[in-house]
Design a protein around this ligand. Structure first.
Ligand SMILES: NC(=O)c1ccc[n+]([C@@H]2O[C@H](COP(=O)([O-])OP(=O)(O)OC[C@H]3O[C@@H](n4cnc5c(N)ncnc54)[C@H](OP(=O)(O)O)[C@@H]3O)[C@@H](O)[C@H]2O)c1
Length: 321
């Protein structure tokens, strides 16, 4: 037990981690850009400290003597990839990672471990075979519009790799879509679509979806904090990615909605335009598997989508922090 720093920890994943680690007795510090109370004040189970996610400041003192730093900052990718948004998406990830590295490098008592977000999207569009950390191939595919996202992921991981923190173990979290009951996540969006009768396959439905249940996400973060032999990229995803058509079928079954209208590619393109988002989030085949977590002995509580969804459908949403 010790102090955990959650940089960008006021968002969807940060809230999950606060709910997981708070009861375990850790001191939790969230770094946030805009505060509703003075910096350093406790809000719920965590203290919230102001930073700007790009420059060193008083916040960096929190790093000294911390048990771990977990980097979660990044402008949401659920938007149109305009020039302006591209700069924010890339800059927010690279700058926050760089400055965390600088703060760790300057601290007199650096944390032993730094887990930093990355994404399972770093792997190529893969229909043919699973991508693990050893045999997976990295790269973008113009037809699914993921070239920019892969570039962001590479730059994000490169910034982590280049940070000079010799006393601190570094892990790049290649996280898949996290299914959590709280508002703001993809599970709620899909559940709503299914309940409206729009839960059919999307485009060909053959593209794989990599996903992880919120509980396994938090447990794998705890596992990575505690396993000092694990460093470098780690896929944080369930061992069973499924094709989109199968995912939608399981959603419909668990929701008790027998019919779901399918959405063709042009409908998705049009919908994405009006919802100000990008079809890449749906069309790319993410067939990512957790090679290193499994090899290190991690056991998933929800390895299969049906059980994961049943648990989430039965759960009341988390209260907002
Ligand atoms: N959720 C998933 O399923 C998933 C899967 C794979 C990877 N990831 C990655 O994991 C990280 C956390 O995900 P999340 O779902 O918790 O995201 P989130 O809810 O959008 O939260 C991310 C945090 O990033 C900060 N942020 C937003 N715009 C920023 C900007 N322009 N500059 C600096 N900081 C900014 C915000 O913190 P403040 O406004 O409080 O400062 C926000 O709370 C993200 O980098 C995401 O790409 C998420």
């Amino acid at each position: 037990m010790g102090k955990l720093i959650l940089a960008g920890g006021g968002g969807f994943l940060g809230k999950l981690l606060v709910a997981h680690f708070g009861p375990l007795g850790h001191e939790l510090v969230i770094l946030k850009r805009t505060l509703s109370a003075p910096s350093g004040v406790r809000q719920g189970p965590a203290r919230v400290v102001q930073w700007d996610a790009k420059n060193l400041g008083a916040w960096a003192r929190e790093i000294d003597g911390a048990a771990a730093v977990i980097g979660l900052s990044g402008r949401s990718v659920d938007c149109r990839y305009s020039e302006h948004n591209r700069l924010l998406i890339l800059g927010s990830r690279v700058d926050s990672t760089r400055v965390l590295g600088e703060a760790i490098a300057r601290s007199s008592n650096p944390p032993p471990v730094w887990l930093n977000s990355s994404t399972a999207t770093i792997y190529r569009h893969a229909l043919d075979r699973p991508m693990d950390e050893t045999t997976g191939e990295i790269g973008g595919t113009p037809e699914v519009n993921d070239v920019f996202s892969v570039e962001v992921a590479r730059a994000w991981e490169k910034t982590l790799e280049e940070a000079y923190t010799p006393a601190t173990r570094k892990v790049a979290l290649r996280t898949a879509m996290v299914f959590g009951a709280a508002e703001g996540g993809v599970f709620q969006v899909l559940r709503r679509l299914v309940r409206m009768g729009l839960g059919g396959k999307m485009a060909s439905g053959q593209q794989f979806v990599s996903w992880i249940h919120e509980d396994d996400f938090c447990r794998s973060i705890e596992w990575l904090l505690n396993h000092s032999d694990l460093s470098g990229p780690v896929n944080v995803t369930s061992p069973n990615p499924v094709p989109n058509a199968e995912m939608m079928k399981v959603f419909r079954k668990v929701a008790g909605v027998p019919i779901g209208l399918p959405a063709s590619r042009w409908m998705l393109e049009l919908g994405a335009f009006f919802l100000r988002t990008e079809t890449e989030l749906i069309l790319k085949s993410r067939r990512v598997v957790p090679g290193r977590l499994l090899a290190s002995g991690f056991q998933f509580r929800y390895p299969l989508m049906k059980e994961a969804l049943e648990q989430l459908f039965a759960q009341p949403p988390l209260l907002a922090l």
